[in-house]
Write a protein that binds this ligand. Sequence first.
Ligand SMILES: C[S@@+](CC[C@H](N)C(=O)[O-])C[C@H]1O[C@@H](n2cnc3c(N)ncnc32)[C@H](O)[C@@H]1O
Length: 88
Amino acid sequence: MWSRRPGCCWMPPGRARCDCRVGDFADVPAGGDVYVLARVLHDWDDERCREILSHCARAMPAHADLLIVERVLPTDGSASLATAWICT
Ligand SMILES: C[S@@+](CC[C@H](N)C(=O)[O-])C[C@H]1O[C@@H](n2cnc3c(N)ncnc32)[C@H](O)[C@@H]1O
């Protein structure tokens, strides 16, 4: 897991195989088994999302998985907790 700022990553219990690093999206560490983009993509437009995903793809070994954690926006414009996640 990585973030631009220290202390911004949620670390799961029993984190022996889990590491938290500070860095830019362009500095995705190579060699992981699982990559998690949690509550990240909703902050960016499609072009920037493609760029972030490309950085992940370049760093990920062939066997690695990418998990994307986001809330789905309602299509009818109704209120949603998803909007509470948007960083300003
Ligand atoms: C909504 S927060 C989600 C944080 C964490 N993934 C979570 O679920 O609690 C979005 C995160 O994206 C990080 N971020 C924003 N721009 C970034 C960049 N260029 N490179 C790396 N991380 C960035 C912010 O520092 C922030 O931690």
